[in-house]
Design a protein around this ligand. Structure first.
Ligand code: SER
Length: 874
């Protein structure tokens, strides 16, 4: 039996023999394409070629592409696990023609590979064509031995392929295989009849040949493309199952070792129907998760991260069905890496990282599920108390959305309590959420040149900026918006923002006038210079002098080289699992995001800083070289996630320290960095840390600034800079002592003032009382005074008021013998009310505040009246 690996290789060899360049799979995270969350077809990496905005050095290509289909137009998530031939992650074997061969070759080669090389029975194959595609319908029996009655016509749903809501598309022809009536998995469905496109496991689609000729516009219309192309895709797992004579993709060597490992860890048995769905889901989802994380994605609360989180939670829930409550998925990663790590080396490199991310997510989901269960209990108990038996749709949706409870789980648990779920409302909310997700997935297409004024045909600007900072150039295309002229020249030294490095700024000269370039950006092969519309621009001049801001570029280049060295130093110290997750390279600073699990300690950061400066001091030469992608990888170059590489790549090497694929501009020698200083280290997301740092001029400025601060402090403290810390500690101690003494003094003063207040002692109904204003005392000292009077006088009523820091405070005290006559709490409450406040307390001691200091006398007067009338009425 052929292994999956051999089958993959035979496909590639077949097309290599027919003049196709074998290209690597693009990463699962598409670069520069906001219309896609994940790479969903082999053709994604060639979208620009189809649209006519990019080119490749070849016109025929083939590959095996990693694909995830769980969102947007192509979404198979709900099928996965329930049947044996849908996957969230799969490999797609593809061959392409870019304006080269067309339908005839595509059809006859597909037939030849399937029937001659792989020996599939000719009488079991069917071809479907778009109902309008007479050409393909005619070609099939002409160029292959297929029986004419097995060429079937279908409509747009089956035979018109589109990448997404917008983008390249066209009619397609598909090859299906009849695996025999015993394979049908819909026998129990009333009215089911096995047929091509009949949605059961008997007739399976193997290969889709798309004839790309249109671009779908955001308004839904189709625009004819400049050339016609072929884009084919064959489900690798399916062809492997067919060629290995297995009725399920999960019985092939692409899945068996994973299923075996699941059995070993859980005791589950895939012969048992109650186990098999869960095992398939876990195996399938584990592949998606590991491949996506290895390509730089991370579970999170939005976008692709949210999709990953949902996949993980679906798998984790199915694991619970197998009775596993502890994290399980992460334990399967090594098995997958062993199976596929040779074909996809990124798996090997990221093995630890993938395991850590998956484990952390599984643990946090475990906690969420437990919280959800608590919520469920609370919710149902509340409903029961109200005599209700229906769980509102909104609550079921909350359980789903926030706590990852699928509807069927909520229903099951409700059933156990004799309750039901309001399913219609739940479904409506789900639909609304899908709608929201769809709306946010519709992005405007990048400018493609239709609105551009074209002065000459050059669509490709030549970038001179690796060597030159100044150049003459001709204007080829231009465009404008409210604020800027957008100018494209035949060649330019200006670097366009990309790979984290900011765009160049500088000057443009024409007709003896100067114009500032405030930014440079890229649109496919076009380098666009932005010039503010401050004055009229001489479009007609045609000849321009372009000059990049030298100093800004120089420091940007130094920072770019620093990020490469920093990655090398971090990997050396903390392990090769660590890789770049993002960066910003600006003239005045750099930011480097990297995957790592722990905070770096102050000592570790210092070590990194020291090693960086040693590399700078070593004056390492920086080499740049163009080479083909595979030689670069062979030489061990680090390729960043999300980069889309053409065949020829630029490699940047700093001494013997680092070798990276990079299109950015760099220092010529590490010594140009002068110095490296870390500004901060922190966390950006689970498993991603960020270092911010400066080099060169900014590092120098930072040191000077720090020295200035220190010098100023030293001068103020009148000591040498080294003694600042010690001196400051002394000063602080001194200050604390002074503060304490001051407080003591104030207390004494307050008590003295209180004693003086005793002069105001009066009498009513034979009882002594005191009402006094003692401004400047805080509440606690007021209370202390009241207590003192009470114990001194034995039988009395006291009311003190004070304005302190713009606030009014009152404290009332009544000795126990009099609390029946008048209560401190009530007294102080009435008094405070006059000054716009409130408060209260016990009958013998109470306090209150007021908002209007100007009313304090009035309030105290009112208090005195209350006291007099209460005491007189005794
Ligand atoms: N783009 C087509 C598909 O994904 C053929 O590769 O089915």
């Amino acid at each position: 039996m052929k292994t999956a690996r051999e089958i993959r290789q035979e496909f590639l060899d077949f097309f290599a023999e027919r003049g196709h360049t074998i290209v690597p799979s693009a990463p699962l995270i598409p670069k520069d394409d906001p219309t896609l969350l994940f790479t969903n077809a082999g053709m994604n990496q060639f979208k620009d070629v189809f649209l006519g905005t990019g080119s490749r050095p070849y016109v025929r290509a083939a590959d095996s592409q990693k694909v995830i289909r769980v969102s947007g137009k192509h979404n198979d998530l709900d099928e996965v696990g329930r049947d044996t031939y849908h996957h969230t992650f799969f490999e797609m074997l593809g061959n392409w023609s870019f304006g080269d061969y067309y339908k005839k070759e595509a059809i006859s080669w597909a037939w030849e590979l399937l029937t001659k090389v792989w020996g599939l029975p000719k009488d079991k194959l069917y071809a479907t064509v778009h109902h309008t595609d007479d050409e393909a319908a005619k070609l099939w029996p002409e160029v292959t031995e297929i029986a004419p009655e097995r060429v079937l016509r279908f409509g747009d749903d089956d035979n018109f392929w589109e990448m997404g809501d917008t983008g390249p598309c066209g009619p397609c022809t598909e090859i299906h295989i009849d695996l025999g009536p015993e394979q049908c998995d819909k026998k129990h469905v009333p009215g089911h009849e096995c047929a091509v496109n009949g949605d059961c496991a008997r007739y399976i689609e193997l290969w889709n040949l798309v004839f790309i000729q249109y671009e779908r516009q955001p308004d839904g219309t189709l625009v004819e493309l400049p050339a016609k192309h072929v884009d084919t895709g064959m489900g690798f797992e399916r062809i492997v199952a067919v060629l290995q004579g297995k009725s399920s993709n999960y019985d092939t060597d692409l899945f068996v070792p994973l299923l075996r490992k699941i059995s070993e860890l859980t005791g589950a048995d895939d012969e048992k129907p109650e186990h098999s769905v869960a095992m398939r889901v876990i195996a399938d989802h584990l592949r998606s998760l590991t491949f996506a994380i290895a390509d730089g994605a991370l579970p999170s609360n939005e976008g692709r991260g949210y999709v990953l989180r949902r996949i993980l939670r679906r798998a984790a829930r199915f694991a619970r069905n197998l009775g596993v409550r502890e994290p399980l998925l992460y334990k399967l990663v090594p098995t997958l890496v062993e199976m596929m790590g040779d074909t996809y080396p990124e798996l090997k490199e990221q093995e630890t990282h993938c395991q850590q991310v998956i484990l952390a997510e599984e643990e946090s989901f475990g906690r969420t599920l437990d919280k959800g269960l608590e919520l469920f209990v609370e919710l149902t108990e509340g409903l029961k108390k109200e005599g209700k038996t229906v769980i509102p749709g909104a609550e079921a949706f909350r359980l789903y959305d926030t706590y990852g409870f699928p509807l069927d789980l909520t229903q099951l648990m409700a059933e156990e309590l004799g309750m039901t779920v309001e399913v219609d409302h739940f479904n409506r909310l789900m639909e609304e959420q899908r709608e929201r997700a769809r709306a946010s997935g519709k992005f405007a297409l990048a400018e493609k040149g239709r609105d551009w004024k074209v002065l000459s045909d050059t669509a490709h600007s030549q970038f001179l900026g690796y060597e030159y900072l100044r150049s003459t150039a001709k204007l080829c295309q231009w465009n404008e918006d409210e604020h800027y002229y957008k100018l494209v020249f035949d060649r330019t030294p200006f670097y366009a923002e990309s790979g984290g490095q900011v765009g160049d700024t500088g000057l443009l000269r024409a007709d003896g006038e100067e114009f500032p370039v405030v930014n440079t950006v890229k649109d496919q092969d076009r380098i666009i210079h932005l010039v503010p519309k401050e004055k009229a621009f001489p479009i007609e001049a045609r000849d321009f002098q372009l000059e990049v801001d030298h100093s800004r570029r120089r420091w940007t280049a130094a920072n770019h080289t620093a990020t490469h060295l920093l990655q090398a130093v971090l990997r050396k110290n903390f392990g090769a699992h660590l890789h770049q997750a993002g960066s910003l390279v600006a003239p005045d600073r750099l930011r480097f995001d990297f995957t790592h699990y722990e905070r770096l300690t102050a000592d570790q950061l210092e070590k990194v800083e020291t090693e960086m400066n040693e590399l700078i001091a070593a004056a390492l030469p920086v080499w740049t070289e163009w080479m083909d992608y595979s030689s670069a990888l062979e030489r061990g170059a680090i390729a960043f996630f999300g980069e889309k590489y053409g065949d020829l790549v630029r490699v940047v090497q700093v001494g013997e320290e680092t070798l990276e694929l990079c299109g950015g501009t760099h220092a010529r020698n590490s010594a140009e960095l002068l110095c490296f200083r870390i500004l901060s280290e922190g966390s950006v997301a689970t498993g991603v840390r960020r270092i911010e740092a400066v080099t060169g001029k900014s590092a120098l400025e930072l040191m000077q600034k720090e020295r200035g601060v220190l010098r100023e402090a030293a001068e103020v403290l009148r000591v040498e800079p080294e003694a600042v810390g010690k001196k400051l500690a002394e000063v602080m101690e001194e200050q604390a002592k002074l503060r304490k003494a001051q407080e003591e003094l104030e207390r004494e003063k307050a008590l003295a003032a209180g004693d003086q207040a005793l002069d105001n002692l009066k009498e009513a109904g034979g009882v002594r009382y005191l009402v006094a204003r003692v401004d400047g005392l805080p509440m606690d000292l007021l209370r202390e005074n009241v207590d003192r009077y009470k114990s001194k006088l034995q039988s009395c009523v006291v009311l003190l008021g004070a304005v302190h820091e713009d606030k009014v405070s009152f404290v009332a005290g009544v000795t126990p013998d009099l609390t029946k006559t008048i209560k401190a709490g009530e007294l102080v409450k009435s008094v405070a009310a006059v000054a716009g406040g409130g408060g209260g307390g016990r009958p013998d001691l109470a306090q209150a505040g007021g908002k209007h200091p100007e009313k304090i006398d009035e309030a105290l007067k009112a208090g005195e009246n209350l006291i007099i009338s209460a005491l007189s009425a005794r």
